[in-house]
Design a protein around this ligand. Structure first.
Ligand SMILES: C[C@H](NC(=O)O)C(=O)O
Ligand SMILES: [Zn+2]
Length: 589
């Protein structure tokens, strides 16, 4: 074992100079593939992945030779320990090639799947099927899209997914973890993660149960008792979203004060001839108003901000990309001119801001303090951008003030996005952790998925399911091997950060009215945190902004308190039962 710290420092410098090149090449090849899905580009991406893995293996296996205890510089120690995780590069080459092929197969099946009308056109997920799920109020049409998508994706990738689980667990074991779930959880550097998550979930459950009961009653009223029964779970295809993870598109069916409907911001955007580029410029302007970086010129020339119309097949799922050369950062998004997409643009631009803030760190530290921090940054800004104050400021709303009823309507629209999401974000990796640790046997994948969907979300499949189906695979992050607990933690973290930044920026009044636009103080606090990347444990990073070292639901509960009060009163008035005591998912046989 090498003990000598100066050898380690030289070793890391060599890693640094080679890693940027290798990672840049890999990102370019990956980018070329997902923005132009062809066999040639896939082969090129797989070749580039293999060379990146060889580089990881070379340095990672040598990093394991260093005995880092007792080193003076904690950063050297932290860098070496991170390098020692080889991830999938630990596989023998032939198995790595097979693993990469099946990963590409699952993700590409998702990205190219369509649902076709008999003798009619074929619908893409983005945005035909998502628009149908959002706007149709015909249960049969919704069922057609819901089932068609799962037939086209979930069913197709089930066999591949079973191999993916085996390979993933082998990767984890070769890196010293018992299974891939343990490797995923290790990114949070906490040995109480699962207990902490359960506590957060329990604290949030009353908010979710009250929203669920209220929304169920509204759908019961709209669709009738045959379709939506009180005291039962809600059929998953009626919630305005392909995965029932966000219910914001059925706000019109559940508006607390229907005589005070919010202005249609999407209509205003279209009326003002907004284009996708302007949506990104708006977000860029928000970050620069905080004193943070604008995106570089090549962001505008190299990003894919709209779905191509030249016939190219692309992966539409939005994502932000670091090309590891300190100046090339891109977003891939099939942007539509809608308020939902504007907020999603803010979220993605938050990722880009993180990449820019930590671009001078070692490649090893060019990650978020935790995956949840990566997701939370953009969402924090989105909370300000969602505020009535900001929308007025940008001319997207015209009515100056909101009365208390309009504020409840506003909070309901945020709750349909954020509160509805809680159980979904939690169960996505509860499912996969149990698949990886063997608790969920491969012959029961679909039944166990729906057990979790029933237990945590209180939703049912609209039609009976079998083990020929693989409904979890119809969600991008499962087809694309992207962990998800980051979104659950980000949901709580974003309100905690928003609250701290609002206080620092001098905001007074209810949290949901806060907009940190133009606050250089808030911007400086963000800069101090984002520029650390993953060089410090995330509790230390959190403390720099909030003074706390653990994630807390306090700010989220404060934000939604006026709505919870209203929901509880309403559910009591209606004599509603919280939860789904009649838990069977009924099907007319
Ligand atoms: C919440 C998560 N957002 C994202 O991936 O950008 C999703 O879309 O499922
Ligand atoms: Zn994100």
């Amino acid at each position: 074992k090498f003990y000598n710290e100066s050898v380690a420092t030289a070793f890391l410098r060599l890693y640094e100079s080679t890693a940027q090149l290798v990672w840049n090449q890999f990102m370019e090849a990956s980018w070329n593939y997902v923005t132009n899905i062809t066999k040639k580009n896939r082969e090129e991406m797989l070749r580039s992945e293999a060379s990146r893995s060889r580089h990881t293996l070379y340095f990672g296996s040598r990093a394991r030779l260093f005995k880092t205890s007792g080193y003076q510089d904690p950063l050297v120690q932290r860098m070496l320990s991170k390098l020692q995780n080889l991830d999938k590069a630990a596989l023998p080459q032939d198995e790595l090639r097979e693993y990469n092929r099946l990963l590409a197969r699952m993700e590409t099946t998702f990205s190219t799947a369509q649902v076709c009308l008999n003798e009619g056109p074929c619908l893409d997920l983005e945005s035909d099927l998502q628009e149908l799920m959002a706007t149709s109020r015909d249960p049969k049409e919704l069922l057609w899209a819901w089932q068609g998508w799962r037939d086209a994706v979930g069913r197709q990738i089930r066999p591949t997914f079973e191999h993916y689980v085996q390979f993933s667990n082998k990767v984890a074991q070769l890196n010293g973890y018992k299974d891939m779930g343990a490797l995923w959880r290790s990114k949070y550097e906490s040995d109480t993660l699962e207990q902490d998550l359960e506590v957060l979930y329990q604290e949030l459950q009353p908010l979710y149960l009250n929203l669920h009961a209220y929304v169920r009653r509204a759908l019961h009223h709209h669709y009738g008792p045959e379709v939506v029964a009180l005291k039962r779970p809600i059929p998953a295809h009626l919630l305005g979203n392909m995965w029932a993870q966000s219910w914001v598109k059925i706000l019109d069916l559940v508006l607390p004060f229907p005589n005070k409907p919010p202005e249609d911001v999407t209509k205003t955007m279209k009326g003002q001839h907004w284009k996708p580029t302007k949506m990104f410029e708006e977000a860029d302007d928000f970050f620069t108003s905080l004193g943070l970086f604008p995106v570089p010129d090549e962001f505008w020339t190299k990003s894919m901000l709209e779905k191509p119309t030249d016939g190219r097949e692309v992966e539409c799922e939005a994502s932000s990309w670091d090309f590891y050369n300190g100046k090339d950062f891109r977003i891939k998004k099939c942007t539509e001119v809608t308020i939902e997409d504007l907020l999603s643009v803010f979220h993605q631009m938050g990722h880009i801001q993180y990449l820019m803030q930590y671009r001078n760190l070692s490649v090893i530290f060019r990650r978020g303090a935790s995956p949840a921090f990566e997701e939370a940054v953009g969402s924090v800004i989105t909370l300000s951008a969602s505020s009535h104050k900001y929308m007025i400021h940008r001319g997207l709303l015209s009515q100056e003030s909101q009365d208390s009823e309009e504020e409840v309507n506003f909070l309901m629209s945020l709750a349909l996005e954020k509160i509805a999401f809680i159980p979904f974000a939690y169960l996505m990796d509860l499912f996969r952790w149990r698949v990886f640790d063997g608790t969920i046997h491969k012959d029961l994948y679909n039944q166990e998925w729906w057990n979790l969907r029933l237990k945590y979300q209180g939703v049912c499949p609209p039609v009976s399911r079998t083990e020929d189906d693989f409904d979890p695979g119809a969600k991008f992050h499962i087809a694309a091997n992207i962990p998800y607990i980051r979104y659950f933690l980000s949901l709580v973290l974003q309100f905690q950060l928003h609250d701290a930044l609002c206080q620092a920026s001098g905001h007074v009044g209810p949290l949901h009215r806060c907009d940190i636009y133009n606050s250089k103080i808030a911007g400086k606090m963000l800069e101090d945190v984002l520029s650390l990347g993953s060089s410090k444990p995330w509790p230390e990073v959190l403390q720099k902004i909030t003074g706390e070292t653990s994630v807390s639901t306090k700010a989220l509960m404060t934000y939604f308190k006026p709505l919870l009060n209203w929901l509880v009163a309403e559910n009591v008035r209606q004599g509603d039962v919280l939860g789904w005591p009649d838990f069977s998912c009924s099907y007319e046989e």
